[in-house]
Ligand binder design. Structure first.
Ligand SMILES: Cc1cc2nc3c(=O)[nH]c(=O)nc-3n(C[C@H](O)[C@H](O)[C@H](O)COP(=O)(O)OP(=O)(O)OC[C@H]3O[C@@H](n4cnc5c(N)ncnc54)[C@H](O)[C@@H]3O)c2cc1C
Length: 401
């Protein structure tokens, strides 16, 4: 068996070929809300979207949010997800006060940082393998406005990104960058650095940005739509769409946090063969060299990543034994799937990441080798003791066989 949230993981960590999936989306009730202290308890299949609809009008916000609100609380815990505020708030699991875990034996266990501590640490980031989370309780963040005061700054090299990050991470609660990795030369990349804070001036608290019907990609586009040439052209346009080096504005939180949620079925842009997501982190010590080698390898391959996102993870320790975030530079890329060529490229990137002491994110993986997984997550054996004997996943069988 394997619990299944909304399937927003990109690879096979939420799949269980020839096994049973436990559809957790029916665990969809709110249980308790301490509005004075900002503590919410809900069943594990409730989505972040549903939570935002309830809490934003009451002056609260999700403590850590991934780049889509269409994920469940159980999924957010099982992948110990991170967001744009990792440098300030750590991962989602850092804000979980407790949850109830149902094991296949029928046993129900309350887990928290104080109670069944090791099972708590195994389940946070535990890829759904330790049992079914029935409900969870977590701390929210107070806000007085649904707006985000943001700044967007152009940068022309990786060094400039590093300098901007060091300064902006002090000033901004949320930081992230869109990058163009096809520029070549010693710059390594260029991009737009985004920093944002919750607006401090009170205003009407609304959970939706007021946009009407979301856009939708109606069918799989032809495979050639996203190729290195079109990606290059798009990057050129996007980078220069902002005329000034620095732009400041105030925007609703929705487009700031969840730009892709505005385009339903955006994955169809990649055509029928789809794409592979790839996210890694490399420690600060070796970050620059590893990033240089990785970007050079990608350029040599001739493959373009359409949406590339760069961020610095901060130093707050992730609570899970298998949590992915750790201090360093993290880059998320997506490659239109081109068969063996793409697989070879990603294997080579794994080798560089591994040599630097970094890791690849299981929630965004469909192909890493078992040997690499075990090197990226050295606590896997300690974790394995807590796996429910009747639980497994396609991902787990792939990396531990
Ligand atoms: C557009 C987009 C942007 C994203 N951005 C980010 C990001 O910025 N940061 C980030 O960290 N991730 C990001 N992700 C990945 C996503 O946040 C995670 O994969 C998340 O875990 C998906 O949640 P889900 O509810 O869809 O769970 P699923 O994908 O269905 O499952 C994920 C894991 O959770 C387990 N699980 C689900 N429910 C339960 C339960 N009740 N009990 C126990 N285990 C359970 C499953 O077994 C599986 O191992 C992004 C994904 C997309 C599509």
């Amino acid at each position: 068996m394997l619990p299944y949230g909304f399937g927003r993981s990109y690879g096979d960590s939420c799949l269980n070929q020839d096994g049973v999936l436990l559809d957790a989306s029916h665990l969809n009730r709110f249980i308790a809300f301490d509005e004075a202290r900002g503590i919410l308890r809900c069943e594990a299949g409730v989505s972040l979207e549903e939570i935002l609809d309830i809490i934003v009008p009451r002056g609260w916000f999700i403590p850590v949010s991934p780049g889509t609100k269409f994920v469940s609380v159980g999924g957010a815990i099982a992948n110990d997800v991170h967001g744009k505020n990792h440098h300030r708030a750590g991962t989602f699991g850092c804000h979980v006060t407790r949850f109830e875990l149902l094991r296949s034996s029928g046993e129900r266990l309350i887990c928290s940082p104080q109670e069944n501590t090791e099972l708590f640490r195994a389940t946070v980031g535990g890829l759904g393998l330790t049992g079914l989370i029935l409900w969870a309780e977590f701390r929210l963040k107070p806000i007085v406005s649904p707006l985000i005061a943001m700044q967007r700054v152009q940068f022309a090299s990786l060094e400039e990104f590093n300098a901007l990050s060091a300064e902006a991470d002090q000033r901004y609660e949320y930081t992230v960058s869109w990058v163009d990795i096809l520029v070549g030369g010693t710059a390594l990349c260029r991009g737009l650095f985004l920093g944002g804070n919750h607006e401090q001036a009170p205003s009407k608290l609304t959970a939706r940005s007021g946009k009407k019907i979301p856009l939708a990609v109606p069918f799989d586009l032809p495979a050639f739509t996203l190729n290195p040439l079109t990606v290059k052209a798009f990057n050129e346009l996007y980078y220069h769409a902002q005329f000034a080096k620095k732009v400041e504005k105030v925007a609703h939180y929705e487009p700031f946090f969840y730009p892709l949620d505005a385009i339903h079925h955006w994955n169809r842009l990649y055509g029928r063969r789809g794409f592979l997501q790839y996210q890694f982190v490399v420690p600060f010590d070796h970050g620059y060299d590893a990033m240089r080698d990785i970007l050079a390898r990608i350029r040599r391959s001739g493959e373009g990543s359409f949406l590339t996102v760069l961020k610095q993870f901060g130093h707050i320790q992730s609570p899970g034994m298998l949590s992915f975030p750790r201090p360093g530079l993290t880059l998320a890329l997506d490659f239109a799937f081109g068969g063996q060529k793409t697989l070879r490229l990603l294997d080579d990137l794994d080798t560089i990441v591994r040599a630097s002491g970094g890791a690849v994110y299981p929630a965004k993986d469909a192909r890493m080798s078992g040997a690499n997984f075990r090197a990226f997550f050295p606590r896997w054996q300690e974790f394995a003791q807590y796996i429910d004997p009747r639980f497994s996943s396609s991902f787990w069988r792939r990396v531990i066989s």
